[in-house]
Design a protein around this ligand. Structure first.
Ligand code: GLN
Length: 509
């Protein structure tokens, strides 16, 4: 369906691609439209909060860079050589390094940092790897996230917390909070995100959009600033499953020379499988995802959505993931352990913040790191160093690795009985800004439903299924077996064909 009469920000990614391909609008017009919306949003945020405590979604916008990319895209469209999303704008999470925009990972440590290259995912979505075979998207800039992707509320960004477009007093979720808020506020038709323990799914759920984290290794981690390397995975955030399928197809694909954990697989066309009926599909319902910790408003929205899947022919199969609760301590040992190692490179020598005054080399390291990192990052570095230290390694890190394997085995037992798993993304809707800032454990506990799939390296997604308390969006999580992204996207797409939650936008947007 082409809807050229609709404002560009009202069009889906799929519609915008068609509008551009059929030359009903130029890539420059579309880019200018979104840039205007972004600057209006930034001005409104600044007016509401001159101290900049709470910010808009965008951290770096470079109008001329975006317009130059749009002009180049239009030339390719005119020449008939455009990629599958040629000229369509996108926002990138600030953990993907970019040559033309600053990359900070939401940290003071990397304030103003310019990378000499673009991350593989950015290249694939843009003009291609070495200028070859890219999707042709135009970058609108970089969007906010929790510092080094550590967090669930976006409040750990050194540049202020992004507000939820559905309620400015609430968090957008995290760590990809800027990505989710930008899509929900129609400042970008799509965004990249990264998910280590839920950072695509949870903000997608809290902001009423669709987001998918593929199987670990599907998308290259090259140029993605590392948090916990055995868990980090790039993924797609947009309004619908159809849009996410397009985006994910363009960003995945083997990159073994630059990322040794990348799966040596050709890019797959995830859009091709979107037409399958749900008749006979076995949807596993993990009983541990529906216990006392689940808020009743979220539970009701999920129950209604499960009924809708059943009405389409899906069969609900009760299953168990018995180690769900253990995923919290396991994740919060393994992720900080890897983070403490990954973040050792920020020492003030090669890049990043260097303390202006110091007495010797060790003092320089100490002061640079003390000044550059925020509280949550320091907490994780300390936890990570502790669990890896001699005498504690066996008790914590090794145990956690063993249970991680058991969690993965539990999923395989479940997939012997069903095709996909469904449940909530988070125990509650988005909470109020400041509500959990002094309580890191409360933040960690809210990750309970997203951590298991991350620990197992499985693909998982969130899509909007209704509204809970305070009219805040609720997302449903789908988890698939390895490389079953297409199946997940199809289930969400079939749901979206008969519902309109994904089409709603916050008031005033
Ligand atoms: N909330 C989790 C954490 O703080 C997950 C973050 C993520 O997926 N990047 O680590």
């Amino acid at each position: 369906m082409t809807t050229s009469h609709q404002a560009f920000h009202e069009q889906s990614l799929t519609e915008l691609a068609a509008t551009l391909r059929s030359k009903q609008a130029s890539a420059v017009e579309v880019a200018e439209h979104f840039l205007t919306r972004i600057s209006a949003d930034q001005a409104a945020n600044l007016a509401a909060d001159p101290q900049g405590q709470n910010t808009g979604a965008f951290l770096d916008v470079q109008r001329e860079v975006t317009l130059a990319q749009a002009r180049a895209a239009q030339e390719r469209i005119n020449a008939g050589t455009g990629g599958c999303l040629e000229g369509v704008p996108i926002a990138h999470k600030d953990v993907f390094v970019t040559r033309d925009f600053a990359t900070t990972a939401g940290s003071k440590m990397l304030k103003g940092y310019r990378s000499p290259f673009d991350a593989t995912v950015v290249q694939k979505l843009g003009s291609g790897v070495n200028g070859q075979g890219g999707a042709g998207m135009v970058s609108l800039g970089k969007v906010s996230c929790d510092e080094f992707a550590m967090g669930s509320s976006n409040e750990n960004s050194a540049y202020g917390a992004v507000k939820n477009p559905w309620d400015a007093h609430r968090i957008p979720g995290g760590s990809s909070g800027g990505s989710a808020a930008a899509v929900a506020a129609r400042l970008a038709p799509a965004a990249t995100g990264t998910d280590t323990g839920g950072s695509i799914r949870q903000p997608a759920s809290f902001c009423g959009i669709t987001g998918i984290k593929p199987t670990y290794g599907r998308a290259s981690r090259y140029g993605m600033i590392a948090y916990a390397s055995s868990l980090d995975q790039a993924g797609a955030m947009a309004r619908s499953a159809e849009d996410c399928a397009l985006l994910l197809s363009a960003m995945c694909g083997g990159d073994v020379e630059r990322d040794s954990t990348s799966l040596d697989l050709q890019a797959e066309n995830f859009s091709a499988a979107l037409g399958n009926r749900l008749n006979g599909l076995r949807v596993g319902i993990p009983k541990e995802f529906f216990g006392d910790g689940l808020a009743t408003d979220v539970r009701s929205a999920i129950d209604v959505a499960l009924d809708a899947l059943q009405a389409q022919g899906a069969l609900l199969v009760p299953i168990s993931l018995p180690r769900t609760e253990l995923s919290i301590p396991v994740y919060y040992i393994i992720a900080p352990a890897e983070a403490s190692s990954n973040l050792s490179r920020f020492d003030g020598v090669k890049f990043g913040h260097r303390a202006p005054e110091y007495t010797d080399l060790v003092d320089m390291y100490k002061k640079s790191r003390a000044q550059g990192f925020g509280d949550e990052v320091k907490r994780r570095i300390m936890t990570g160093a502790y669990v890896l230290s001699h005498g504690y390694y066996d008790a914590y890190y090794l145990q956690a690795q063993k249970i991680r394997r058991m969690i993965a085995d539990d999923f395989q037992a479940a997939f012997a009985q069903c095709d996909v798993l469904a449940g909530p993304v988070a125990p509650t809707v988005a909470w109020k800004l400041g509500e959990k800032t002094d309580d890191p454990i409360a933040n960690y506990l809210a990750d309970i439903f997203t951590l298991p799939a991350s620990l197992a390296g499985l693909p998982a997604m969130s899509f909007p299924v209704g509204f809970g308390d305070a009219q805040m969006p609720v997302g449903m999580q789908l988890i698939g077996n390895y490389l079953q992204e297409a199946k997940l996207l199809n289930v969400a797409h079939q749901f979206q064909l008969t519902t309109d939650h994904h089409l709603r936008s916050p008031e005033g947007v």
